[in-house]
Design a binder for this molecule. Structure first.
Ligand code: NDP
Length: 336
């Protein structure tokens, strides 16, 4: 496993990071969740990402249990705040001082730790002054409850404003967590150039496009049993944007590229995001430990320029590149 600096900070994280969205506390049983975490640790993954909203707080609890007994200093634990949890009262959402200060304590309790390494704003909150949010994050850092602050799905302008305030307040906003894969490249034109200027790294989610880039979903064929596309607890709904014949057909055209590199399709997908030097980590999910074993082999792989071009040609116009898609992630109304 290779490790990369997170933004301009001194913190190093494993370039393949394990995340538990849709799996822990939901699609997979707790014993399998623990096996996946063990597989990650054995492979040299030190960085684990979750969020209070995953499985309505259950994912943090399962991860906390799975990591119990590990040397805390050898781990980087990341979580997030924004989306509503619990009874969805008027203050159970967003980036107000109240919600941040209360949420961090709940997350630490469930994760069984006194600090997280990275605390992330899960979305931008248009209904709370950014100054209020950043002051609350500054206080979380000063209280020792988080070492660094990050954000998720913020636009380039939102990142610029956040980093400037963080500097004024004396803490480090070091990361952005966007969706990024061979199929979803909306950060390339604006978020990545701004992040390079600001000393911010990307920690990218769904690098395998939720399993689609593993090539296991074949156009016109039955869905593989036990896959996310069959998960009625939430996964099937989340993956459906990619379950189109034009996308699945294009993905099959990547098979010879993966073969040429002696990689599986999932490994190719993870290696592809890591070719971007503004990416600090590929954030992988897994429903079974074998997937972790397979996917970590993407660490340290170089894809030659000629094959990067062939990937672009193979995928053609099913790749989403519109920078405005990041802005669409900012909720237009409050959740509660
Ligand atoms: P991936 O693109 O890595 O998809 C993971 C899923 O793909 C697995 O659960 C599995 O599903 C399937 N898969 C993985 N490896 C293989 C393989 N080798 N062969 C076949 N299928 C495979 O990422 P996720 O979508 O899970 O997201 C990863 C993490 O990113 C999350 O856990 C979370 O931490 C973060 N995230 C952040 C978001 C944000 O808003 N900030 C939003 C979403 C995710 P199955 O076996 O069930 O088909």
């Amino acid at each position: 496993m290779d490790y990369r600096h997170l933004g301009s900070s001194g913190l190093k994280i494993s370039e393949i990071t394990y995340g538990n969205w849709l799996t822990h506390g939901s699609q997979v049983e707790n014993d399998v969740a623990t096996q996946c975490v063990r597989a990650a640790l054995e492979a040299g993954i030190t960085t684990f990402d979750t969020a209070d909203v995953y499985a309505n707080t259950q994912a943090e609890t399962v991860l906390g249990d799975a990591l119990k007994g590990e040397r805390r200093e050898s781990l980087e634990i990341f979580t997030k705040v924004y989306f509503p949890t619990g009874p969805k009262g008027p203050n159970d959402t967003g980036l107000s001082r109240k919600h941040i200060m209360e949420s961090i304590d709940g997350s630490l309790r469930r994760l069984q730790t006194d600090h997280v390494d990275l605390y992330q704003a899960h979305r931008y909150d248009s209904f709370t002054p950014l100054e209020e949010t950043m002051q609350a994050f500054a206080d979380v850092v000063r209280a020792g409850k988080a070492h660094y602050i990050g954000v998720s799905e913020w636009t380039a302008d939102q990142l610029r404003a956040g980093v400037e305030l963080a500097r004024d307040l004396g803490f480090q906003l070091v990361s952005s967590q966007p969706q990024y894969s061979m199929l979803w490249r909306v950060i390339e034109d604006e978020v990545v150039p701004a992040s390079r200027e600001l000393g911010v790294s990307q920690i990218v989610w769904s690098p395998i496009a939720q399993g689609v880039l593993s090539g296991k979903y074949k156009p016109g064929q039955e869905l593989p049993a036990g896959s996310r596309a069959t998960d009625e607890k939430g996964g099937a709904d989340m993956i459906k944007r990619y379950m189109r014949d034009d996308v699945l057909e294009r993905v099959q055209q990547l098979v010879p590229v993966a073969q040429e590199l002696d990689l599986t399709m999932a490994q190719l997908a993870v290696a592809w995001v890591l070719q971007n030097d503004n990416v600090a980590a590929a954030l992988i999910g897994a429903s079974r430990p074998e997937q972790v074993h397979e996917n970590v082999a993407a660490s340290g792989v170089t894809i030659p320029a000629e094959l990067m071009t062939r990937i672009d040609e193979a995928l053609g116009d099913v790749v989403e590149r519109d920078a405005a898609k990041t802005a669409e992630q900012t909720p237009k109304e409050r959740f509660c």
